[in-house]
Design a protein around this ligand. Structure first.
Ligand code: SAM
Ligand code: SF4
Length: 355
């Protein structure tokens, strides 16, 4: 098998990536660094009392950096730090400092709800969190924003943080994250935010931010996805066209993930992304990702139960070569596509996997 063949070789700097059996070239590692969050989004965090993972179960920053180094030696060159809310983890800038120094990593991003981006960081001279992240080489910030209505924001996220989040977006812009480097992600929910698609487009357009709409995925809670609250992308597009004029496919425009982009010619060519895991049947075709959960499970796919505990060998003193072999074995088991459509996964918490 390719895995055994490759594992027997010394890693090559800027190795092009490990390929799975379907031709996916793995170059992107998503790191969930905490299962904790300061918000309680209805589609993500179970509402019942949350039992956080004990601290000892969570990979330390040094452990994460070691695994990233191993991944980088195999061709991983893009990282996205997520959670839970990654910016709630104590001393998180230390992780970014470590990640920035890893040879081969060319693209470092963070996914956040935005609520802490404007906060002043005392041991960094009071600079904003956003400015510190930029200082540590973060190139892109993905910020969740499902609505601009404060009451709806509180209903969806369980917290009254809209003003803080908007301040966070402004702080990211002030820190120098430019067009295309800040993405706003909106999860589509019938009955909760379909009236917000137009206002969000206006908001993003006025600020030069890239807005993406995400279909609800069946993870985390038992009632997250039902016929009543699922808003398919096709319906969202019709709503958008009524507000903003025709949407024209822009297949040449690509970011790192599975988003399909369209332009709005009547709005100066504003670009809008759609991430349709449920209705886009080509969603997995160009998948280049592995995921590392905060408790050290390597997952070949967000929408599959498959996960492999790399923390055990890591803590048992595995060599880099052994950890590389572990990566190969996980990549070799990467499924052709997710099984969200027929395999409901309420016990898999999005906060722990890292969306
Ligand atoms: N706390 C950060 C945030 O909210 O962006 C990072 C973690 S969050 C799990 C990452 C992304 O997953 C967010 O854009 C969130 O909206 C999305 N997400 C969470 N649960 C989801 C679900 N059931 N379906 C679709 N997207 C979901
Ligand atoms: Fe927290 Fe992000 Fe999940 Fe909302 S989507 S509960 S902000 S981790």
């Amino acid at each position: 098998m390719a895995a055994a063949f490759l594992a027997s070789r010394e890693p090559v700097a800027y190795f092009p990536g490990v390929q799975d059996q379907f031709g996916h070239l793995i170059s992107y590692l998503r790191l969930s660094i905490t299962d904790r969050c300061n918000e309680r989004c209805v589609y993500c965090m179970p509402q019942e009392l949350q039992e956080w993972l004990p601290h000892g179960d969570i990979l330390s920053y040094e452990e994460i950096a070691r695994l990233v180094r191993v991944g980088a030696s195999l061709g991983v060159n893009k990282l996205r730090v997520t959670g839970g809310e990654p910016l709630t983890r104590r001393g998180v800038l230390e992780l970014f400092r470590l990640l920035q120094e890893i040879p081969g990593i060319r693209d470092l991003g963070v996914s956040t709800n935005g609520s802490l981006l404007a906060r002043a960081v005392p041991d960094h001279g009071g600079r904003s969190m956003a400015a510190c992240l930029r200082g540590y080489g973060v190139r892109t910030v993905n910020i969740s924003l499902d609505t601009l209505d404060p009451a709806a924001y509180a209903r969806i996220t369980g917290r009254n943080f809209l003003a803080q989040t908007l301040a966070g977006i402004a702080a990211a812009q002030a820190a120098g994250f430019g067009p295309g480097e800040i993405k706003l992600n909106c999860v589509l929910m019938r009955g909760r935010n379909e009236d917000q698609l137009g206002p969000l487009i206006d908001f993003a357009g006025e600020r030069g931010l890239l807005l993406r709409f995400i279909e609800l995925m069946p993870v985390s809670t038992t009632d997250v996805l039902s016929d009543e609250n699922f808003l398919p992308i096709a319906t969202a597009r019709r709503i958008i066209e009524k507000h903003s004029g025709s949407l024209v496919p822009a297949p040449a425009f690509k970011t790192n993930g599975p988003a399909a982009y369209y332009t709005l010619p009547e709005r100066g060519g504003q670009m809008i992304g759609f991430i349709g895991a449920m209705t886009n049947l080509h969603f997995c075709e160009s998948c280049n990702k592995l995921r590392l959960t905060c408790e050290g499970k390597l997952r070949p796919c967000l929408g599959s139960y498959l996960e492999f505990d790399i923390r055990a060998p890591l803590r048992a003193g595995a060599s880099d070569a052994e950890l590389r072999e572990f990566f190969f074995e996980v990549v070799a088991r990467k499924p052709k596509e997710h099984d969200f459509r027929d395999n409901y996964q309420p016990n898999r918490k999005m906060v722990a996997i890292g969306g």
